[in-house]
Design a protein around this ligand. Structure first.
Ligand SMILES: [Zn+2]
Length: 446
């Protein structure tokens, strides 16, 4: 057999197939010679040789099969296409197609089928007056579940086969070249995870100024795999750390009764933290710090109870944190003034504005635009006078990195310490980035 190539094997099996058909035809038709087809008329009688095997001297047979209506196709959903248009294009009548769509709806919303969705369809093609009829429709949802719609005995049945997903932690470590965002994306971290990390770390990092080439970062996040080890979807960010100039800043995901959030390594919430600057850092410079100074207009020594950021008139001013607007309007020497209360302890104030974009009583998010830089009130030129008020007293904004009022209670803090140390362990043991190769997430680098 060693010398037998593939062609020989095919040739032999073809002969055997032809022989057995001829043999079968001979047996079934032999009782009625009139049924023997002209091509089979030359078939020689069979004879048994000494070894008992059947030898047939078969002549070529013309096999005429009826044209099958069965079709099988796999394709991706085009722009402006839906299941209804797909089925009617395949020759299904509208009633049958509509019936299929409504049956599918019992297990899956057909509107969730997006452009590019792969569909496998088996059906009987239209013939004569008979329209096409579905046999099976199969596809995989974005969550990795399999959907099957069957049509059998005039009955549609739709089924969802839920894929068993296993949660696994992935870690990514590296150093940045140009930006944290692009460095993390390059190592396979999904864009949504990188954005969460940047947002959570921004309480303490000035992304425009702090990062330098070579700074290290770490990210730990969840992925969900099917049983074959394919990553089906991304889970949550668990931990992120960045070390501008070797100075590590860390955030940990932690859940309390009031919700999920990110906390620094001391257990302080970072979501409620104040921005380091309420202006785009690339568009301002500090022109006067907090403390005693000779007043530029009044001429005598006076306490400067805020920070002055010099910036062009019209530069957008952001709320340093989430809160409620307490004052929004003219306030004497402060000119146009906004006061935002963040919690029972902390408020921030913004003065000399050219424009106010919020109203008293309004809730504002962190980074929400509240107005524009101006030079209204007692002011020598365009700047933002920014104050942080703690328990009714102005404090140095540069010394306030957090809103420490959002602290975990002792029980929560104990739980946080456990989560934190588990996270630190996971960061040592989790699978590294190399195994993210199968993670095919849409990535946009804007
Ligand atoms: Zn000032």
């Amino acid at each position: 057999m060693a010398g037998l190539n593939k062609t020989n094997i095919i040739a032999i099996s073809t002969i055997f197939l032809a022989s057995s058909i001829a043999f079968h035809s001979y047996l079934s038709d032999s009782s009625d010679p009139s049924k023997v087809l002209p091509s089979e008329a030359n078939t020689q009688p069979i004879s048994n040789n000494s070894s008992g095997s059947v030898i047939i001297n078969a002549s070529p047979i013309a096999l005429t099969e009826p044209v099958s209506r069965e079709r099988k196709t796999t394709f991706s959903l085009g722009k402006n296409e839906n299941l209804m248009t797909v089925l009617t294009n395949l020759g299904f009548d509208r009633k049958h197609a509509a019936h299929a769509v409504s049956e599918l709806r019992k297990v899956y919303n057909p509107k969730a089928l997006k452009q590019g969705q792969e569909l496998s369809i088996e059906y009987n093609a239209a013939e004569g007056t008979e329209s096409a009829k579905l046999k099976t429709l199969n596809f995989k949802t974005s969550a990795g579940n399999s959907i099957e719609l069957k049509y059998d005995n005039d009955q549609f049945t739709a089924q969802k086969f839920e894929v068993k997903l296993l949660k696994r932690l992935c870690k990514v470590e590296g150093h940045i070249n140009s930006s944290f965002y692009s460095a993390a994306l390059k190592r396979g971290v999904p864009a949504s995870i990188v954005k969460d990390a940047i947002s959570a770390l921004s309480y303490d990092i000035n992304w425009q100024h702090d990062p330098q080439s070579g700074d290290e970062f770490k990210i730990l996040f969840e992925v969900f795999e099917d049983e074959a080890g394919n990553i089906i979807k991304t889970g949550d960010l668990k931990f992120a750390a960045f070390a501008p100039q070797g100075n590590w800043r860390k955030i940990y995901a932690f859940k309390t009764a009031s919700g999920a959030g990110f906390y620094n390594d001391k257990g302080e919430s970072v979501i409620k933290g104040l921005l380091a600057t309420p202006l785009d850092p690339t568009k301002m410079r500090i022109t006067s710090r907090f403390g005693r100074r000779t007043h530029p207009i009044l001429g005598f020594s006076k306490m400067h109870k805020g920070i002055d950021f010099g910036a062009p008139i019209g530069t957008p001013v952001a709320s340093a944190g989430e809160g409620v607007v307490i004052k929004a309007g003219w306030n004497g020497a402060y000119g146009n003034y906004v006061l935002i209360k963040h919690n029972n302890q902390y408020s921030t104030a913004y003065a000399h504005l050219s424009r106010i974009n919020v109203k008293v009583g309004q809730r504002v998010r962190q980074r929400q635009n509240i107005g524009s830089v101006g030079t209204t009130g007692r002011s020598t030129g365009p700047h933002l006078h920014y104050e942080v008020i703690c328990n009714g007293q102005q404090v140095n904004p540069l010394s306030v990195k957090q809103l420490p009022a959002i602290r975990l209670n002792p029980k929560e803090l104990a739980q946080f310490q456990q989560v934190k140390s588990q996270c630190d362990t996971d960061m040592q043991t989790a699978a590294p980035a190399a195994q993210l190769a199968s993670l095919k997430m849409p990535v946009s680098i804007g």
